[in-house]
Design a protein around this ligand. Structure first.
Ligand code: SAH
Length: 342
């Protein structure tokens, strides 16, 4: 792992140690500078210059941007970051009319091996630390502040980048607490997306903060789901949907299902019927997105016409479904395309 913990892996105690010769209020000042103002120590002009310098060298950023790609007329930005040990992750910032969302990675790579996902095709490198997760959001906050048409505030964080967040629970949850308590993002604007790690969903249901849960379903019968999402062998649909039901009962949050529409695979009328049979009793919202192309998967995404037809089929069956606009596909920043190529 990291040799030097980055600024967002430092605890208040570590900051206090670094500032043992300073008045006690400095710790809170630096903490707010890092979290509320998203500033680097070098930018904290309220601090004496020597202290600024010391903190800047003791708390170097954990993420180094390797590249920054912009699309959708500046409304989508993707970064490729190198971590201190050379592992790489991607982060995507998306501005919408009514919100600004950061899509963060929870692991470098992913061990889940979903056939159609570029991250899964590349395999697992390592878990991210809580600070490495938080710092992705901070990088996006800094960028959003400098938006060309005026400052934007990051309102939403979705754990839909690289990795399976619930397979890295022990670092995910402290990161969520930081984002909520110190950066000020409300629980209802934090969304954890999982391929169906049932013990993680159960654990999430015991937490104090009621974050949103999104489940990447993609298939509503075990045979098809196993072929797309290998984890379904371990946690089949009956077990997964029961965990979803408990989560909704415990948290009172709306559940959502992600469904990447794959031509001729999961976009037929019978697929819509199977999905409705699961979604209706859970009052789940379905997010539809045509499959984005990835190098390791030959089947293509459904055509816009078939996507609308599938949506209409769901609506007729009483399911609330939204077609997601595909952001950043021209910069390989769209869902499932994050592969951290240099
Ligand atoms: N591991 C978590 C977090 C990743 S989120 C999860 O699976 O939920 C990324 C989302 O993009 C998931 O819903 C995933 O299934 C979806 N996805 C993966 N590959 C895709 C592709 N090629 N096209 C569209 N969506 C894809």
């Amino acid at each position: 792992m990291n040799s030097v913990p980055g600024p967002y892996d430092a605890t208040r105690e570590r900051l206090a140690d670094l500032m043992a010769d300073q008045p006690a209020y400095r710790v809170g000042q630096v903490w707010r500078g890092l979290h509320v103002n998203a500033r680097r120590p070098a930018e904290m002009t309220e601090l004496p210059p020597l202290l600024r310098k010391r903190l800047d060298s003791s708390l170097p950023p954990a993420l180094q941007p390797i590249s920054e790609s912009v699309s959708d007329k500046g409304e989508t930005v993707k970064w490729l970051f190198a971590l201190q040990d050379g592992a790489r992750v991607e982060t995507v910032l998306m501005h919408y009319r009514d919100r600004t969302t950061v899509c963060v990675s929870s692991q470098a790579g992913c061990a889940m091996r979903c056939s159609f996902c570029a991250t899964g095709q590349a395999g697992f490198t390592r878990h991210l630390s809580a600070g490495e997760i938080v710092e992705q959001v901070v990088a996006a906050i800094r960028q959003a502040k400098a938006h060309p048409t005026g400052e934007r505030r990051v309102s939403n964080v979705v754990f839909m980048g690289m990795g399976e967040p619930l397979a890295n629970y022990d670092r995910l949850w402290p990161a969520i607490v930081r984002l909520h308590d110190d950066i000020g993002i409300s629980a209802r604007h934090l969304t954890v997306s999982t391929v169906g790690v049932v013990p993680g969903i159960r654990r999430l249901a015991t937490e104090k903060l009621p974050v949103n849960l999104a489940v990447s379903l993609h298939a509503a019968n075990d045979r098809l789901r196993e072929s797309l999402v290998p984890l379904n062998k371990r946690y089949p649909l009956s077990v997964l949907t029961e965990a979803c039901r408990s989560y909704v009962a415990a948290k009172g949050r709306r559940l959502s299902f992600e469904w990447a529409l794959i031509d001729g695979v999961n976009d037929r009328a019978e697929d819509a019927a199977e999905l409705a049979a699961i979604a209706v009793p859970l009052a789940a919202h379905v997010n539809l997105i045509p499959l984005n192309p990835t190098p390791g998967y030959a089947v293509v995404g459904s055509s816009p016409g078939r996507v609308r037809q599938f949506r209409d089929g769901l609506t007729d069956l009483g399911v609330k479904a939204t077609i997601r606009r595909n952001r950043g596909s021209d910069i390989d920043a769209a869902c499932g395309q994050l592969a951290a190529r240099a």
